[in-house]
Design a binder for this molecule. Structure first.
Ligand code: ES4
Ligand code: ZN
Length: 321
């Protein structure tokens, strides 16, 4: 576009990002060659069409086959942090899913040491970033307990736990005990709820798991009383606009419930979820909202909310903004 200058990205905290979802086509091909898959992934469609959350998870699981070693996880983590920085992310709280990798025979140790060392290295160069370990909810509560046991030896590499993957049929209440144990270990708590599951899932995440933020939370909008509470208690919602449209949780960006959530005064934040699959990093998500009618004031509110909702103390918060 001649005559336009590149916009400096708005500084934000990205609070809802799955590092595995940053595995883009170039990295995918290079890991495939490195790990003996030859050119099997060369024709992989870089912009796939999804119909729902499960269709994305199936595609992603196929791609993740190329990740085998601690070094692979290190490289993927470092690649995400570089791309995020360029997109304006000055604080990253990023999800990883150790059980997804263990399912295909990769030891939890390789995942934790690889991602952990990438984040530690970035921290040493002045980036504010931490990991959150997600329980893969469709593997059930016993697997979640086993996950917590398996990652606790790497406690220095993560600050909290979350709950992700296929939502419907796996209500938060199933995970009461493992979240209580994580809280007792001093871990911060978040959970995906209300992406495909109804407002009851959001309510359970708050009342049974005692999470501090809700990831997505879209369907909380179906329950006015619940939204009033979310506003009142300043519970952050980490919303991922491009993901929601790609996975058809929202029909069109112009209809995104984020606009009404902001009107209610909810602490809405914006993140990219899985940037390699849904059309870009957090800056692309903010840009998509702008194109759908978000005002500068709304975009600034979203950025400020992201810092208010981040798991940092006052001193670090001041250093970030
Ligand atoms: C995910 Cl529930 C959900 N949504 C988007 N990306 C994901 N990666 C893993 N679980
Ligand atoms: Zn997510």
């Amino acid at each position: 576009r001649p005559g336009t200058t590149a916009r400096v990205p708005l500084p934000v905290a990205e609070l809802h990002l799955h590092v595995e979802g940053a595995l883009g086509p170039d990295l995918l091909r290079s890991f495939a060659r490195l790990n003996g898959f030859g050119t099997a992934f060369d024709g992989t469609d870089p912009e796939p069409e999804f119909v729902d959350l499960q269709s994305f998870l199936d595609r992603r699981d196929g791609d993740l086959a190329v990740l085998r070693t601690e070094e692979d996880f290190h490289e993927l983590g470092a690649a995400y942090l570089r791309a995020a920085r360029a997109a304006g992310v000055v604080r990253a709280e990023s999800f990883i899913d150790p059980m997804v990798h263990l399912q295909r025979g990769v030891p939890v140790e390789a995942v934790m040491r690889g991602f952990g060392s990438a984040f530690a290295e970035a921290r040493a160069t002045g980036m504010s970033c931490d990991l959150i370990v997600c329980f893969t909810r469709d593997l059930g509560a016993e697997a979640a307990e086993a996950t917590l046991d398996a990652v606790l030896p790497f406690r220095e590499h993560f600050i909290g736990v979350g709950l992700d993957s296929a939502e419907v049929g796996w209500p938060p209440s199933l995970f009461r005990d493992v979240f209580a144990r994580a809280a007792a270990d001093g871990l911060r708590l978040v959970a995906h709820a209300g992406e495909e599951g109804g407002p009851d899932y959001v309510r359970e995440a708050l009342d049974v798991l005692h999470v501090e933020r809700i990831d997505h939370g879209l369907r909380a909008m179906e329950d006015a009383e619940l939204m009033a509470r979310i506003v009142d208690e300043r519970i952050a919602l980490t919303v991922c606009p491009l993901s929601n449209v790609a996975l058809r949780a929202v029909p069109r960006m112009e209809d995104h419930p984020l606009f009404a959530m902001l009107e209610l005064g909810a602490r809405v934040t914006v993140s990219s979820d899985d940037p390699a699959y849904f059309g870009g990093q957090v800056d692309a998500n903010l840009e998509a909202l702008r194109a759908a009618g978000a005002t500068e004031a709304q975009l600034e509110t979203l950025a400020r909310n992201s810092f208010d909702a981040a798991f940092v103390d006052e001193a670090e918060r001041r250093a970030l903004t």
